[in-house]
Design a protein around this ligand. Structure first.
Ligand SMILES: [Fe+2]
Length: 131
């Protein structure tokens, strides 16, 4: 069973966004598998790839929200910004040894799950009327 098991309760109903979420879940699983083999923090390159993809994905969501004047855009944007800051502090912790590698993964998994189930779902319900 994968570390981060996809389930359909994570579907927002917006196809592009759902495909990107699946991809993010897969990337977290790949990070997990790599770390399990090495027993060490993921390389900056691997984490960088995930950050780049997350950034592209956030831009897609933000584009939709702006295009249709989503009323909760600012709060959602704030969450996305919080993600970068938190990943950065996990990476720092990994580098100086104060964060166990597994914590970075647990953070990514729980952040994504909570973000999708809460704010992305709300956004999805709003966008359904336009897309
Ligand atoms: Fe989002």
């Amino acid at each position: 069973m994968p570390y981060f098991q996809w389930n359909d309760s994570l579907l927002t109903g917006i196809k592009t966004i759902d495909e990107q979420h699946r991809q993010l879940v897969e990337m977290v699983n790949n990070l997990h598998d790599t770390m399990e083999q090495s027993g060490q923090c993921p390389t900056p390159e691997l984490v960088g790839r995930l950050k780049t993809y997350a950034e592209e994905h956030f831009h897609v969501e933000e584009g939709y929200m702006q295009a249709f004047a989503y009323p909760e855009y600012a709060a959602h944007l704030h969450e996305h910004e919080g993600f970068y800051a938190a990943v950065k502090s996990c990476e720092k912790g990994c580098a100086d040894g104060s964060t166990h590698p597994a914590e970075l993964l647990e953070f990514l998994k729980s952040w994504l799950t909570n973000h999708i189930l809460d704010v992305d779902m709300k956004m999805g319900r709003f966008l359904e009327d336009y897309l």
